[in-house]
Design a protein around this ligand. Structure first.
Ligand SMILES: Cc1cc2nc3c(=O)[nH]c(=O)nc-3n(C[C@H](O)[C@H](O)[C@H](O)COP(=O)(O)OP(=O)(O)OC[C@H]3O[C@@H](n4cnc5c(N)ncnc54)[C@H](O)[C@@H]3O)c2cc1C
Length: 480
């Protein structure tokens, strides 16, 4: 009898979720993992990312946390400040997080997180990468999914160390059509995993086939992401205190805030803002990122304190990037046949809890666990049907394990943002009273959920693999 580790698995997208999932599968012992990525390389925007203990726990098991942590900053304290005056509303001691949860809460560079996961994947012969290769359709969802891929001809000769484009046929290739600019392939696999992010083509194909629609929840919010170098800040002692600290600062104001922290061994200071989405809402097409205008950015934060003004002013003209912050209504399903979604493809979130990438990496770890429990069958048509049924039930069990939790965190991030962005009035006074109360006793819940010890406990103590091991059997039994 074949083992589930013989399943042929295709992952769409080499982002945080796709890389984490490929590595989790390889470490579990799966032998055939193909990752298809539309970009010609990892291509991560320069930006910081918070690395929470629940993410670190998984990456440590996968063997790549130590190298990520080398460059990361342990966050020992957080300061939430009134943006206009720089007055501290609450100071949160986070120095006990490592002792409480086994891992520190860190800040790092996205390139370091993705790069180390990628390097770890390259050491796994089971994982093959196909860059410049986009999913353009799914012709069949079960028993064996058939996916249509489009390879950009100009990039066909590019190869990665253990994955190739063009020179080696992907496993399960069943058809091919080429024209002058593009090559189309049809691939048949046992499992298809859509880790293709917020604009997921896998989700689009799945919902078309199911006759379902997905609604975008209008967040009304956009973000600027800024990175300043140590050299740029060197002339300003107040800025140097920020980059040399182990501190996350959040400056808040009505409908806006900025979160900032050092990354890359404190050589870079990362700022990420949230403000009303004006430019994308006005844009005729559904774009997600755009080159922003420095003067528009300065305008949005014109009443923030001089320190913030000086930081924003340092961004070179032409280097302002604005992102639309998107979120979906909860999807009716993440699974169709032997196809599953993970990460932003199924639960995109506002960044206010810093959990989007963490949740995507957790999804991958859970998928590896559940697929390891697929009941294999004889390779005839009856057996194939039985096996596909088990694949579907395992994937549905993954959804049961993940959906309630990710929905809870997505909603919490949304509500936390609303509270952070309150304008003058009774609700804001109550919020600030709660901030002050925490400063006094160091324990009480904080309205900024990201920094609140009760919420940190729920998020950081969570071990998705342990939960899967404990809950799989009885959940699997509930799925048809
Ligand atoms: C401002 C901001 C700050 C954030 N801060 C944090 C933080 O501090 N901590 C945290 O944990 N999370 C944070 N997040 C969230 C986090 O970045 C995302 O949740 C995470 O990157 C999602 O990973 P993913 O793999 O699902 O999607 P992505 O990382 O977007 O990857 C999707 C990949 O799929 C590829 N792709 C797309 N379509 C196709 C196709 N058709 N065929 C092949 N490939 C395709 C894309 O090129 C991409 O490489 C933040 C997000 C924002 C916007």
């Amino acid at each position: 009898m074949a083992s589930p580790l013989d399943l042929h698995i295709a992952i769409i997208g080499a982002g945080m979720g796709g890389l984490g999932c490929a590595l989790s599968l390889a470490k579990k012992g799966f032998k055939h993992i193909a990752v298809y990525e539309s970009a010609s390389d990892l291509g991560f925007v320069g930006a910081g990312i918070q690395l929470a203990p629940n993410m670190a726990r998984i990456l440590d098991r996968l063997g790549c946390w130590a190298d990520i942590e080398k460059e990361a900053t342990d966050v020992l304290e957080t300061s939430i400040r009134q943006g206009s005056s720089d007055t501290e509303l609450v100071h949160v001691d986070m120095s006990g997080i490592r002792a409480l949860y086994g891992y520190a809460h860190c800040t790092g560079h996205r390139a370091s997180l993705a790069g180390e996961m990628y390097k770890a994947c390259l050491k796994e012969p089971a994982v093959r990468f196909y860059f410049s290769t986009a999913l353009v359709g799914v012709d069949q969802f079960g028993p064996r999914p058939v996916l249509r891929l489009q390879e950009r001809a100009a990039k066909k000769s590019r190869s990665s160390e253990n994955g190739t484009n063009g020179s080696q046929a992907p496993v399960g290739k069943v058809g091919e059509k080429e024209d002058a600019n593009t090559a189309h392939m049809t691939i048949e696999v046992d499992v298809l995993l859509g880790a293709d992010g917020i604009k997921s083509a896998t989700r689009g194909a799945m919902f078309d086939d199911l006759g379902l629609t997905t609604g975008e929840a209008d967040t009304g919010q956009a973000a600027y992401r800024i990175m300043l170098t140590r050299e740029q800040m060197a002339h300003d002692p107040e800025m140097m205190r920020l980059i040399d600290s182990d501190l996350v600062v959040r400056w808040i104001g009505e409908q806006r805030h900025i979160i900032a922290y050092p990354v890359a061994n404190k050589t870079i200071y990362n700022l990420s803002s949230t403000q009303p989405d004006v430019h994308f809402a006005e844009a005729p097409s559904a774009t997600y990122t755009t080159r922003g205008s420095k003067s528009a950015m300065l305008d949005v934060f014109q009443d923030f304190c001089p320190l913030v003004q000086r930081l924003l002013n340092m961004v070179p003209e032409g280097e302002v990037c604005e992102w639309r912050l998107r979120q979906h209504l909860e999807l009716p399903t993440w699974i169709h046949g032997s196809v599953a979604l993970l990460g932003d493809a199924c639960h995109p979130t506002l960044p206010h809890l810093s959990q989007g990438a963490a949740m995507a990496i957790e999804d991958g770890a859970v998928i590896a666990e559940v697929l390891g429990r697929v009941q294999m069958a004889a390779p005839d048509s009856v057996g194939l049907g039985q096996q596909a049924t088990s694949v579907r039930r395992c994937l549905k069990t993954y959804e049961l394990l993940r959906k309630e939790r990710t929905s809870m965190l997505v909603n919490m991030a949304f509500h936390s943002g609303r509270v952070l962005h309150l304008g003058e009035g009774a609700a804001r006074e109550e919020r600030d009273r709660q901030f002050a109360e925490h400063t006094t006793d160091g324990k009480k819940a904080i309205p900024d959920k990201w920094a609140s010890p009760d919420v940190q406990k729920i998020i950081y103590s969570y071990d998705c693999v342990a939960e899967t091991k404990a809950e799989f059997d009885h959940l699997y039994a509930t799925v048809d």
